[in-house]
Write a protein of this length. Structure first.
Length: 398
């Protein structure tokens, strides 16, 4: 059957990594894929994860299937992280949480659930957004539209146009929102703006679908959940796709969660029943290891404290590399104000560098970044920052 079928194009991000691996340049730098790296250029296993894995290996008595929704202790820990330990949402039991295979799996589970009952809805994503949002919701059967978000002229948020676009979205449609550390821009809403958007969702009746992949990489675990708290408190239907890939470094364990917030406990029970049917016909039940590790960490005070310390170190390293990049470009004499890079949050920066510059950096210098100039700041280190800044200066002057 494959003789008359053309090969599918490579993924825009993971395909870039394959190119990087084949590159023979000894100075090559991967600023593309969104994976945290330490200053030695490695993606480390956190100390808290090692400790939790040791405990799990020593105490685990079975490799039997998890429930369809995953381990209940994991779901409870996820909800405490999303809403806070004293949250009314938790006390009212009006949220249903399932363990999904990573943030991507959580997005797809939520998309399939909504499409089951509201196939005519349209899904709206920010412009720009993570490229796979279009693929995930499109594959689930949705028509996709976009709303204004990033202002290329001032390298910041175009909130007025964003709000105006959201005002026009019909009731029942789905709006995908990045709760913090927007991918690819690194530009986020402030608390006042989030409150305005949450109030608008109530007024207009569209359904928020929050992509929460980077909790703790913005300002902190508690600070970064502000948007989630606003929508949860609004008492409307809301979806939250969360992930432990980044903040726990559990990339290859595919550890995420889909949480459906409803106006009442009774509705959450109904939502959970249908979440299970969606999962059962997809992957049946989730992989265990990553979720059990995360659960041990979040439910053990000493390991929880260790995790927060390690997460803060990752966050601070990225902040430091933002400053080093801005300073390095200035020292290389690159024209322009790059202070916006320091104002952005999280792992990414939308540099706005032209496709020609991006191509020159890849072909001539072995520096890989996503089209449009999205940079993973965690790919910068104290040993390669000078090389990268010099290469950018050369490419922009040519």
């Amino acid at each position: 059957m494959w003789k008359s079928i053309q090969p599918a194009p490579p993924d825009s991000i993971l395909g870039l990594t394959e190119e990087f691996k084949k590159d023979k340049n000894p100075d090559k730098v991967n600023l593309g894929v969104g994976v945290y790296k330490d200053d030695a250029g490695n993606t480390p296993v956190l100390r808290c994860v090692k400790a939790a894995e040791k405990e799990l290996v020593e105490t685990q008595k079975s490799k039997s299937y998890l429930p369809i929704s995953g381990d209940p202790a994991y779901a409870a820990a996820v909800q405490r992280l999303l809403f806070g330990t004293k949250s009314e949402v938790i006390n009212s039991a009006r949220a249903a949480t399932v363990h999904a295979p990573g943030g991507t799996g959580a997005l797809r589970v939520g998309a399939d659930l909504i499409h089951k009952f509201n196939p005519e809805a349209r899904v709206w994503v920010s412009s720009p957004t993570w490229a796979n949002h279009n693929g995930i919701f499109g594959a689930a059967g949705f028509e996709i539209g976009s709303y204004s978000y990033y202002n290329a002229a001032n390298k910041g948020l175009d909130f007025d146009r964003m709000f105006s676009d959201l005002e026009k979205i019909p009731a029942g449609d789905i709006v995908v929102l990045h709760t913090c550390c927007h991918n690819p821009s690194g530009v986020d809403l402030n608390p006042d703006q989030w409150q305005e958007v949450a109030a608008l969702a109530v007024q207009k009746g569209w359904i928020p679908f929050l992509d929460f992949a980077y909790q703790g990489f913005g300002d902190g675990v508690i600070e970064d959940r502000f948007a989630v708290e606003q929508f949860a408190a609004a008492g409307i239907d809301c979806y939250v796709a969360s992930s432990f890939s980044k903040n726990f470094g559990l990339y290859n364990e595919r550890t995420g969660a889909m949480t459906v917030v409803t106006p009442s406990g009774e509705e959450a029970t109904v939502a959970m029943s249908h979440l299970k049917t969606v999962i059962r016909t997809n992957y049946s039940n989730p992989p265990a290891h990553g979720g059990l590790v995360a659960s041990i960490i979040l439910n053990t005070p000493d390991l929880h404290a260790m995790w927060l310390e390690e997460l803060a170190a990752m966050r601070n390293r990225i902040v430091n590399m933002r400053k080093a990049l801005v300073d390095g470009l200035s020292q290389q004499g690159v024209e322009g104000d790059f202070s916006y890079i320091e104002k952005q949050r999280g792992m990414f920066s939308f540099s706005g560098w032209s496709e020609d510059v991006v191509k020159q950096l890849r072909v001539n210098k072995g520096i890989y970044m996503v089209g449009g100039g999205r940079i993973n700041l965690a790919g910068l280190t104290t040993s390669n920052i000078e090389y990268v800044c010099s290469a950018v200066a050369e490419a922009m002057k040519s």
